[in-house]
Design a protein around this ligand. Structure first.
Ligand SMILES: Nc1ncnc2c1ncn2[C@@H]1O[C@H](COP(=O)(O)OP(=O)(O)OP(=O)(O)O)[C@@H](O)[C@H]1O
Ligand SMILES: [Mg+2]
Length: 589
């Protein structure tokens, strides 16, 4: 999206995404930078009188301003100036050091705060994006953006840019001071430094850009590889494919680290290359000045130049680093800004916990659906109505689109054509987003693959509810209804027992029953079961189904099932075949 923008345009965009408080903090930081540069200038300017008072005090009294200043302090002899000047010089140097420390701390502090703003904003944008975006994008890309890219932006864009601005302000002031002290030498030194860094930046431009893209790509690949290997560890062990993943990891990690090493080297080497040149030039200047004017007269000039160059070298290096690091992080900067520009409205973020809808009617009106990345139509102009309290079975061969149909019903996927109407309202209309949130709150959906969090049975049943707000009585009630009582009682810690990462400590049937308990805990009047009992034995399944259907005349039950014995609980059957629906009354009901 922002691929063609220059670094400057990207930085302006990034700045516009900061909140008012951060902008104010940055402004205050800027003021401190200016104070810092003034302190540096004063300490540099003071070096001449300071060195003169040590080497040649009489000369100092020839300067008008010093003379009148001394009279003010009732100092008659130039030698008496030694102590006050030393104290003044020392104090200014200490003051300027303290301000520099404060500046440095502020740079990192603000960088960290901006980083925190960006990651939380990024997480929110990713969390609230439409379901279709989630299924069509890679999780590894999102993880990489939130963890790696944002921190790259903080440590290789924001902090170096702040240091660049601060160093640029101080450098300009220092060079101006040096020009006042001795303009020929100052121009020469300024020109040499600028020329050297300018050429270095120009030469490395394209290379740095390539490194930046490589780094983002390798980062994502690495996270993807970790996810894939650890996510399918059983298959990895069974197929003995450890080495395959290990070698791939080694390869990517090696490339990533060498890319990082190259860009780190590129951003630091010029200073080391420039230092000997600077010192040599200073030595030459010292040689000529001392030969011409003698050591006493030349020392203040040499001293001020030495101090000036010693201050300027690290500053110009920081300016250079600001350019190079930011350029090396351009691809990350683009990724983060692209994400920041994804709009989510308050409506998108609206979540409804209570506010259940009553007496719902579900109408599918000429609904068609196909995934963007495949051409096949999965649902083709489907029409049906489900009223509150009806018990419906959706059947069809595997891959026929049953789960997709349910996703359309929940409003997770928008139809490519047609409308899904709940109580007459089109749930995919933008103006109905709040209504859609209430509709979702009215449904308990048990997907084919249930995800269990690495926490206790209790927290998994009351999923997403803060632990101190969990209604224990309700948890116990749904445990009974989903035939989990015996299992929970057999666990050492009862409902507080841990289930392991994604329920590894449970059997397939136990996981499914926890899923059923979770759906029941939500206490809604629409229950969607997507092959929710497929891993249970016939008897347990029967007990659960009976429990769900008896005394629940007002609850709409929609089950997707491959087992014919479950059909007897349903009054109607929707048979999905090649994208079309055959809707008929069930004779065995
Ligand atoms: N994210 C996706 N991108 C592209 N195609 C998809 C995606 N998810 C599902 N499909 C395709 O949509 C079709 C319907 O899938 P769906 O999961 O709805 O089938 P199903 O009837 O629930 O099957 P099963 O009985 O095996 O659960 C399948 O052919 C599948 O390949
Ligand atoms: Mg399915």
């Amino acid at each position: 999206m922002n691929d063609n923008l220059t670094i400057k345009e990207l930085l302006i965009k990034l700045f516009s995404h900061l909140n008012k408080r951060r902008k104010l903090e940055l402004f205050l930081h800027l003021i401190l930078m200016i104070i810092n540069s003034l302190a540096e200038v004063v300490s540099l300017a003071l070096i001449i009188p300071f060195l003169s008072v040590l080497t040649n005090p009489e000369n100092l009294f020839k300067i008008k301003i010093v003379k009148s200043f001394s009279e003010l302090l009732q100092i008659s002899s130039p030698y008496e100036l030694r102590l006050p000047l030393t104290i003044l010089f020392g104090s200014i140097v200490i003051f300027s050091g303290l301000i520099r420390l404060l500046n440095l701390w502020l740079t990192f502090k603000i960088g960290g705060l901006v980083g925190n703003d960006l990651t939380t904003k990024a997480f929110k944008k990713i969390l609230f994006k439409p379901y279709l975006d989630h299924v069509t994008s890679h999780t590894s890309a999102s993880i990489s953006t939130m963890t790696q890219e944002v921190s790259t932006v903080v440590y290789r864009v924001i902090i170096p840019q702040l240091q660049l601005i601060s160093s640029a302000i101080i450098s300009i002031c220092l060079i101006t001071t040096l020009i006042i002290i001795n303009w020929e030498i100052a121009f020469f030194a300024g020109f040499l430094l600028t020329f050297f860094y300018f050429i270095t930046i120009k030469l490395s431009k394209n290379y740095v850009r390539t490194l930046s893209k490589q780094e983002v790509f390798l980062n994502k690949s690495l996270i993807k590889l970790i996810q894939e290997s650890l996510g399918s560890i059983r298959e990895v062990i069974l197929n003995n494919s450890h080495l395959y993943f290990y070698r791939n990891f080694q390869g990517i990690s090696f490339q990533l680290e060498s890319v990082r090493a190259r860009s780190s080297f590129l951003s630091t080497y010029p200073r080391i290359a420039l230092e000997p040149i600077g010192i040599t030039i200073l030595a030459i200047i010292a040689f000529f000045s001392v030969s011409q004017d003698g050591i006493d007269n030349a020392l203040p000039l040499i001293g001020s130049l030495a101090l000036g160059i010693q201050k300027l070298l690290p500053l110009t290096q920081k300016i250079y680093e600001g350019f190079i690091r930011t350029r090396a992080a351009k691809a990350s900067l683009i990724t983060v800004i692209d994400l920041m520009e994804k709009s989510i409205s308050d409506e998108d973020c609206f979540v409804s916990h209570s506010n259940l809808l009553e007496n719902n009617s579900i109408i599918f009106k000429n609904v068609s659906f196909n995934y963007q990345n495949i051409n096949r139509t999965i649902i083709n102009s489907v029409n049906f109505t489900i009223n509150q309290g009806e018990k419906i079975a959706i059947i069809g061969t595997t891959g026929s689109g049953k789960s997709t149909l349910v996703d359309l019903l929940i409003g997770l996927l928008p139809p490519s054509n047609g409308k899904v109407l709940i109580n007459g309202k089109d749930i995919n209309k933008i103006s109905n987003k709040r209504f859609l949130a209430r509709w979702r709150a009215s449904i308990a959906h048990l997907p084919q693959n249930i995800y269990l969090a690495d926490s206790s049975i209790k927290e998994n049943i009351a999923f997403g509810v803060p632990p101190n707000e969990i209604d224990i009585n309700r948890v116990n009630e749904v445990i009974n209804r989903s035939q989990l009582r015996d299992f929970v009682d057999s666990c050492n810690n009862g409902i507080n027992s841990l289930v392991g990462e994604n329920g590894v400590a449970l059997s397939g049937g136990q996981r499914q029953r926890i899923g059923i308990a979770r759906a029941l805990y939500k206490k809604t009047n629409i229950l969607l079961l997507d092959e929710a009992t497929s891993a249970l034995d016939i008897k347990t399944e029967e007990l659960i189904m009976q429990n769900l259907c008896s005394n629940n005349t007002n609850m709409t039950l929609i089950i997707i099932t491959h087992r014919t014995q479950n059909l007897k609980y349903c009054e109607r059957i929707l048979n999905l075949n090649k994208g079309e629906i055959n809707d008929y009354a069930n004779k065995t009901y």
